[in-house]
Design a protein around this ligand. Sequence first.
Ligand code: CA
Ligand code: CA
Length: 256
Amino acid sequence: MSPHRLLMLFGVLCLLPLLSHAGDQLPSGAARRIKEFENDAEAIQKKADAEINVLRKKLIEELQALEKDYTKSGNLDAAIAIRDRIAQLKLAGLKNLIVNGSFEDGPDPGDQFVTLDKGSTAIKGWEVTQGDIDYINASYWQAAEGRRSLDMNGAQPGAIAQTFKTKKGQKYRVTFSLAGNPDGGPAEKKIQVSAAGKKAEFTFDGTGKARDAMGWVTKTWDFTADADMTTLEFASLIDGNAGPALDNVVVVALDE
Ligand SMILES: [Ca+2]
Ligand SMILES: [Ca+2]
């Protein structure tokens, strides 16, 4: 046997044990260590979140006192500006109930995008519930947040949904970033948001927008839960392959 063949045989023999284990369960020691790490990380995260919440609460109290001072002294513009910041801080302190709301965790879209058909659960936390959608890489068009966003029309109007835990009677606020696929018409990109038996339509004017100047805007919609689980759905309301663009979905429980 030539040295070359011998080397190849040796290589194959070395690989065999690896191949035979491919797909097997992780050794219990490794799985245990990973679990320990995850538990530790979660505990640290919880502690940090709690500390940040304390700091945020303190800041909000200070700003509220400041707002009163400015209101008293008649500087209403300053008072209103402070009040807006207080509202933002309060929202930032609430937990996003949506998993993967920015669509960052999903299949490899390549340099441009990948089309996902009805029934697809490839984007973590979400299901395509109608037609198809395009999962867009930021190298194709600017995302509102992170590296990934959606064209709600693949080749036809699509829809996506996520179901999450809710409290009956509790009010929730949905915010999301909306734009439009600038590659084609219609210029008016319409999207429907629905949850708990209620729905609303939002329109984005795509005139003059481009892939590197998407003009993302933030939209807000409130609903009241009527069950222990609620499905939030976004659906394109326009025909064609250039639909509304969606990113950065956040749902928080409002404390009222
Ligand atoms: Ca994103
Ligand atoms: Ca498309």
